[in-house]
Write a protein that binds this ligand. Structure first.
Ligand SMILES: Cc1cc2nc3c(=O)[nH]c(=O)nc-3n(C[C@H](O)[C@H](O)[C@H](O)COP(=O)(O)O)c2cc1C
Length: 185
């Protein structure tokens, strides 16, 4: 079975982001069939068709190349105003163009959403699913992951509380099986 590169895309840009800490833990929990790595989105200029020339912004190129090279997608995102953060939506838009050359289509994906509140980023999770349907990304359906109060799930040393760690370990194994099913083992 070949190892699959997984593009991990984090919806928050801030240094102390809890989403990023969760993403780092997910990377550590991945089974050996997956090789996940964060693909940065913070330096992508806002999508503007006028920049879609023969020499688009270098960070757009870098982002598109990194996602294209991945065999799977793992989104880890907080919720902003009941939807995805603008930075994440921008990254999705950048990857979707030029028209006909989307880097997303056909790649197996999964979503982990979270928030400091009680509904675990449900709005962001499903707003993201809406875009992924259009972009033809087959998303894992189960287990769904909505991390409520996620600031309390990450310990001061960056590790997860044991129950969340166990839950996310199972999630990563299910995701590996999903990637194999869609992308071939
Ligand atoms: C602009 C903005 C909008 C937010 N909207 C929501 C929201 O709709 N639902 C929610 O549960 N939390 C919301 N929050 C709180 C986030 O859950 C919290 O800031 C979280 O820690 C952000 O994720 P991060 O730690 O990865 O940056 C919002 C935060 C910001 C800055």
């Amino acid at each position: 079975m070949g190892t699959k590169n997984i593009a991990v895309i984090v919806g928050s840009l801030r240094k102390e982001s809890i989403s990023r800490k969760i993403a780092e833990n997910l990377i550590a929990l991945a089974p050996s069939s997956l090789k996940p790595a964060i693909v940065e989105i913070g330096d992508l200029p806002l999508y503007n068709l006028d920049l879609e020339t023969e020499a688009p912004p270098p960070s757009w190129q870098r982002f598109r190349d990194q996602v294209r090279a991945a065999q799977g997608l793992l989104f880890v995102t907080p919720e902003f105003n009941r939807s995805v953060p603008g930075a994440l939506k921008n990254a999705i838009d950048v990857g979707s163009r030029p028209y006909g050359k989307s880097v997303w289509a056909g790649k197996p994906g999964a979503i982990v959403s979270g928030s400091i509140g009680n509904i675990g980023g449900f709005g962001a999770n499903h707003a993201l699913r809406q875009s992924m349907v259009f972009l033809d990304v087959p998303l894992m359906q189960q287990p769904e992951v909505y991390l409520s109060g996620f600031d309390k799930l990450v310990q001061p040393d960056g590790s997860l509380v044991p129950t969340t760690q166990e839950f996310l370990r199972k999630f990563m194994h299910a995701f590996a099986a999903w990637v194999d099913k869609i992308a071939g083992s």
